[in-house]
Ligand binder design. Structure first.
Ligand SMILES: Cc1cc2nc3c(=O)[nH]c(=O)nc-3n(C[C@H](O)[C@H](O)[C@H](O)COP(=O)(O)O)c2cc1C
Length: 170
């Protein structure tokens, strides 16, 4: 059976909820994106808005909520690192989705290029230089030029309709 919900965009809480639920039909991977704040402290958050943009030049994007505690760090610091999470890293996603929590005290990480924190484990990572901040309503879209990348493999962590998922067997 196909259920159909339609809506026009409206700022009411009900409409926002419906929009969020409808957008949730788009399945994504899950990333943790890290940077360093002005005091040299590590900052990071879970994000599924990551996507590829261009191969030449190598560009990726993601969007950050203007209310997030890491907003200033990510829009000020020139570099950030994107880590694609593996299926067995749900706890890492939950940790980095916590608001302002002590995220880096609870996982293994090291200082990578340009002082940006790198998670010890992930399926793949991209070290980026922020090339543009694009206005996007209650979010800002960050366009990053990929300076360095590496793939380690493993099954990816997926997110769909507000829940973590795993790949179904082939
Ligand atoms: C699966 C998942 C995906 C998320 N994607 C994003 C995203 O793309 N952009 C964003 O700003 N927040 C996203 N969030 C929410 C942030 O991770 C969350 O608000 C976090 O607390 C922000 O941390 P901070 O306030 O300490 O900076 C996502 C959360 C989850 C669980």
């Amino acid at each position: 059976m196909t259920t159909e919900k339609s809506s026009t965009i409206s700022p009411s809480p009900e409409q926002s909820r419906l929009l969020r639920d409808t957008l949730g039909h788009f399945a994504t991977g899950v990333t943790v994106i890290t940077t360093q704040d002005a005091d040299g402290q590590p900052a990071g958050m879970t994000a599924n808005s990551f996507n590829s943009v261009s191969l030449d030049p190598a560009l990726v994007l993601w969007s950050i909520d203007k209310q997030s505690m890491g907003y200033k760090a990510f829009t000020t610091r020139e570099h950030f690192a994107i880590h694609i999470l593996r299926a067995d890293q749900q706890h890492v996603s939950n940790l980095f989705a916590g608001r302002g929590a002590d995220k880096f005290g609870q996982i293994s990480w090291f200082e990578g290029a340009n002082g940006i924190p790198r998670l010890e484990e992930c399926a793949a990572y991209f070290h980026c230089r922020r090339s543009q901040c694009i206005e996007g309503g209650d979010h800002t879209i960050l366009l990053g030029e990929v300076l360095e990348f590496s793939a380690f493999g493993g099954e990816p962590l997926l997110f769909h309709q507000g829940r973590y998922r795993a790949l179904a067997g082939d």
